[in-house]
Design a protein around this ligand. Structure first.
Ligand code: PSV
Ligand code: MN
Ligand code: MN
Length: 431
């Protein structure tokens, strides 16, 4: 029998802190009222937010050097769904799950979809994997996949992507995210232009296989595993390729896939302006593709990204609809706790950005009052919107304090008993 946290347990845990939460909420309501803002409208807005979970995020990640698995890790995609459902149960903001193939391949996708739906989850974009060799695959991706010199290798990689689309379609997904590690480790190894030509030609075949209501997301990454020249290294290349491919191709911004100090919010603004901002992989980073928990290093950057997203909605309304997903690697924390905290950090940035006094900001910009424009953003960023997020969770049946509730439930201890380790199982397969 699979242990899931009983609903009553969450309600009992909430009861301990409800009076305190109400007091904090009322105090914040007063502060916001003085700024002409209605806390109830913001709480409703917070309740409408969601960010998808990466199926691979519920297992311990690992680095190039080692992986230190935790207790009770999921051993297959069905167990991953249980952990994702727990994250969603307590936070109420993560109803989507993004699968990665072949890591999450199952013989029975229909059963997977039914079980996920029964747990209140649906499937977000699916991810293909041609950055590793799958067990038993005839040809190696050692020298590239969609850009490989060998046409047979490219055909194999194209077929895998189309397979992902078909599987995703059965699961109810509406998008395919393509990240590939293709590139060169040495100057001269590739004809730089030739590699991109091959990429485009492969992607055209995948694009042609997309169902009419699907999007394909191009995920760029500066480097790793190609350390000299990654084929899709930056948003410019991603934008050019998405434009070449057509309206169903969009760009996906993984926050960790840029050089340190890159102005990511400006990339977001540019892609939004030209209609190619498809979605995000949220995480945080200090040096490179660190896959640290969202908001753990640079929450101000996350806020500034959401400030651009707020601007996109103000300009384009419902037509502006990028997808949100976490993409993190958890090495020293319980993945469920990290995912819950991170989802809330992303939701926090969303509500902080909603607090920006846009009239004042426009006025200060018009007057070239740089100091007051910056102060206007800072006022929103500095506002502790925690009570809004907690109240939205409680009203939706989630936990006032998800990590405390999760720990009190001893969920992980239950899983440690239910899921004795099996040889070869891992969270992602990524090292
Ligand atoms: C690559 O670094 C990446 O960000 C892509 O999104 C992959 O699908 C994911 O990580 C796999 O861990
Ligand atoms: Mn990513
Ligand atoms: Mn990455």
């Amino acid at each position: 029998m699979t242990y899931l946290i009983p609903r009553d347990f969450v309600a009992q845990e909430n009861a301990r802190s409800l009076a305190q939460l109400q007091a904090d909420y009322d105090a914040l309501a007063g502060v916001l009222q003085r700024r002409g803002r209605d806390i109830e409208a913001l709480t409703t807005q917070a309740g409408g937010f969601s960010v998808a979970l990466p199926s691979w995020g519920v297992g311990t990640g690992g680095t190039r050097f080692a992986r230190f698995p935790g207790q009770g890790e999921p051993r297959n995609v069905f167990e991953k769904i249980d952990d994702c459902a727990t994250v969603h149960q307590l936070t109420r903001v993560t109803p989507g799950v993004s699968l990665h193939f072949p890591w999450d391949r199952t013989q029975d996708p229909r059963a997977l979809r039914e079980i996920a739906n029964a747990r209140g989850l649906h499937f977000d974009s699916v991810n293909s994997n041609t950055f590793q060799n799958a067990a038993g695959q005839p040809l190696s991706y050692k020298y590239g996949s969609l850009t490989a010199q060998d046409a047979a290798v490219r055909a194999q990689a194209i077929a895998h992507n189309i397979d992902c689309v078909e599987l995703g379609n059965t699961l109810g997904s509406k998008g395919l995210t393509v990240w590939l590690g293709d590139g060169a480790n040495f100057p001269g190894q590739h004809n730089l232009r030739g590699a991109l030509e091959r990429y485009l030609s492969s992607m055209r075949e995948i694009y042609a296989a997309l169902p009419s209501d699907w999007l394909i997301y191009i995920e760029h990454k500066l480097f790793e595993p190609a350390f000299y020249a990654t084929t899709i290294a930056d948003w410019g290349t991603s934008f050019a390729c998405a434009t070449e491919l057509g309206p169903k191709a969009k760009c996906l911004v993984d926050l960790g896939h840029h050089a340190p100090n890159t102005n990511i919010e400006m990339i977001v603004a540019r892609l939004a302006q030209f209609g190619k901002l498809g979605g995000f992989h949220f995480n945080d980073s200090k040096y490179g593709d660190d896959d640290l928990d969202s908001g753990s290093i640079n929450p101000f950057q996350l806020f500034l990204v959401f400030n651009e997203l707020r601007d996109g909605v103000a300009r384009d309304g419902a037509a502006f609809n990028p997808t949100y997903m976490l993409d993190q690697s958890h090495n020293v924390t319980d993945p469920v706790e990290s995912l819950m905290s991170s989802a809330i950090e992303v939701q926090r940035a969303y509500i902080q950005a909603a607090l920006v006094d846009t009239d004042a900001l426009a006025h200060h910009q018009q007057e070239n009052d740089a100091l007051m424009a910056a102060q206007t953003l800072k006022q929103a960023f500095r506002t502790d919107v925690g009570p809004i997020l907690a109240m939205a969770r409680v009203r939706a049946g989630g936990a006032a304090d998800p990590v405390a509730c999760y720990r009190a439930s001893t969920y992980r201890d239950h899983k440690a008993k239910e899921r004795p380790p099996v040889a070869g199982a891992s969270g992602s397969g990524i090292v």
